[in-house]
Design a protein around this ligand. Structure first.
Ligand code: PRT
Ligand code: ZN
Length: 284
């Protein structure tokens, strides 16, 4: 049995549970503050924790693996194996100053008081940039620190940027980019590693499927070669004749982020009736 620590509630929770569901792993949700739940159909038990406690729990082998924001993992300075970047809960840790404050370069941070909940990451960043500033560690509502004269700048998590704007701040430096990651204790037993590999296989199939789309289109036979170069597919596209002579149906997969770039090329090559369908799982 493998023990996975996940966030009990908050921004990571729903997406983590969804990922497990998409991997076909059924778990009970943590009702009535339950700390531990067991999967009905996969050898895994779930510890429901505050995200800040996850790196330490995995380090201390209370959990074998954990899903946590890279920002929290880096701040806690624990030495775990990063097994996989999961692509959700993307954000950045940024430095912001008052919107009317003059700011030309990072040197302008010298001598400032910077409020943050991420003192370790910030100190490391300032050291690398050779800037001397004072770090004020506060645990919440960092964005109001400048308005109550507790700090001259802040270093906090930014996603859309609207919290900064509504507090009269402007983003001036990105300290790190972050997303949810799967971390593991470096000394897992052989048996646990096997279960982790099975889990990872499923996570990768789900994630890969999300970045591809299944494409079905009709094409005049004379355009097939050209369309094949635009849509190479996993091995090569499937081509089937249509009832109408001189036409074929072509099935292939395409990377989601290349789709819009290629759609004009497909039309230009003569493709018609283009259908784009989501893929649930993708295994090479
Ligand atoms: O209770 P627990 O300790 O488990 O949770 P928490 O309150 O410490 O964390 P939570 O649930 O807020 O966030 C969990 C993780 O989600 C973070 O560690 C990040 O990895 C990630 N994440 C992604 C975010 C955001 N986006 C985010 N926007 N974490 C926080 N924010 C906050 C930010 O602190 C700021 O107050 O949202 C505000 C900024 O958002 P924008 O969209 O206005 O820029
Ligand atoms: Zn937290």
């Amino acid at each position: 049995m493998l023990t996975l620590a996940i966030q009990k509630s908050g921004r990571l929770n729903e997406k983590t549970i969804n990922l497990l569901k998409e991997c076909g792993i059924l778990i009970e949700s943590s009702k009535n503050g339950q700390l531990k739940t067991v999967s009905e159909n996969f050898p895994i038990q779930i510890l429901h924790l505050r995200d800040d406690d996850i790196p330490e729990c995995v380090t201390d082998s209370i959990a074998d693996i954990g899903i946590v924001g890279e920002n929290v993992y880096l701040e806690k300075q624990k030495s775990l194996d990063i097994i996989e970047y999961l692509g959700f809960s993307k954000c950045r840790l940024s430095i912001a100053v008052g919107k009317n404050q003059k700011y030309k370069s990072i040197k302008d941070l010298a001598g400032m008081r910077i409020a943050t909940s991420y003192p370790n990451i910030l100190q490391n960043f300032l050291d690398v940039k050779k800037v001397k500033a004072t770090i004020h560690q506060i645990s919440g509502s960092v964005e109001i620190a400048p308005s109550i004269d507790l700090a001259d700048a802040i270093c906090d998590i930014v996603s859309t940027g609207s919290t900064l704007i509504s507090n009269g701040l402007k983003e001036v430096e990105t300290v790190i980019k972050s997303q949810a990651i799967l971390v593991a204790n470096p000394s897992l037993s052989e048996k646990k590693r096997e279960i982790l590999e099975r889990l990872l296989f499923r996570i990768r199939a789900v994630r890969k499927a999300k970045s591809f789309k299944y494409v079905v289109l009709n094409t005049p036979d004379k355009s097939i070669e050209k369309i094949k170069t635009i849509l190479p597919g996993m091995k090569s596209p499937t081509i089937m004749p249509l009832a109408q002579k001189g036409w074929s149906s072509l099935h292939s997969v395409i990377e989601e982020d290349k789709f819009w770039e290629n759609i004009a090329n497909l039309k230009e090559a003569g493709a018609q009736g283009i259908l784009v369908v989501p893929i649930e799982k993708m295994i090479n």
